[in-house]
Design a protein around this ligand. Structure first.
Ligand SMILES: [Zn+2]
Length: 215
């Protein structure tokens, strides 16, 4: 398996992807899908395609529902005061997103770690934070940074580390011999950035086999 790191040029401003605040318009989407089928040389009136515009409109709306989710609402009542100050790790969180350059899926796993500062978040909320940002049009680097910065600020954590490993259909389906490439991106904040041993501990823990793995 070929793993490819994504290089970041310094710290970039993260582009705003909160959407325009309007709900998805299913009618407009359906009409556009019909137009697209025509433009592709298809016959939208043939049997197999009759319900396709409606299905595509619904699928796209589902896959971009993250625009309409509010992180504060999501975390409401899920932050707990605690004296625990060891690293918390949630790894192998499955995600599915859509690349904003080709509107094709990219998917894989997210690994999250943080050092609490008198506060922890309910563990089930971390995959939901991942989902909230994944279900938008994205680029992998921004998805990674948004998850990390959200946890850092909402938890006031001493540090946060996020690693995302993903396969991109735009590379796999269009590219030449890129079918097995996994793109890896990471964002290290606070102690995960300033303390090499913290970062190494995190990277080691996410590399260990999962509970119940045979290998
Ligand atoms: Zn793409």
């Amino acid at each position: 398996m070929d793993k490819q790191g994504i290089k970041r040029r310094g710290r970039q401003q993260v582009e705003d992807v909160t959407g325009n605040g309007r709900p998805a318009d299913l009618g407009v989407l359906q009409a556009l899908v019909t137009e697209m089928l025509l433009a592709l040389g298809e016959k939208p009136g043939r049997n197999g395609l009759l319900k396709t515009p409606e299905r595509v409109a619904k699928a796209l709306t589902f896959m971009t529902q993250g625009y309409h989710r509010d992180i504060d609402h999501l975390l409401n009542g899920a932050l707990f005061p605690i004296e625990y100050d060891e690293m918390v790790i949630v790894k192998d969180i499955d995600f599915f997103s859509m690349c904003e350059h080709h509107l094709l899926p990219f998917y894989g796993k997210v690994h999250v770690g943080y050092l609490p500062n008198k506060k922890v978040v309910g563990l089930s909320k971390i995959p939901r934070i991942v989902d909230t940002f994944a279900r938008r049009l994205q680029v992998q680097e921004r998805l990674t940074v948004q998850i990390a910065e959200t946890l850092k600020s909402k938890l006031n954590a001493h540090g946060v580390g996020v690693v995302v490993e993903a396969r991109h259909l735009c590379m796999m389906m269009r590219g030449v011999e890129k079918q097995n490439t996994i793109a890896v991106s990471s964002s290290m904040l606070g102690a995960f950035r300033s303390q090499p041993q913290t970062r190494l501990e995190f990277l080691k823990l996410i590399r260990q086999g999962s509970v119940g793995d045979s290998d």
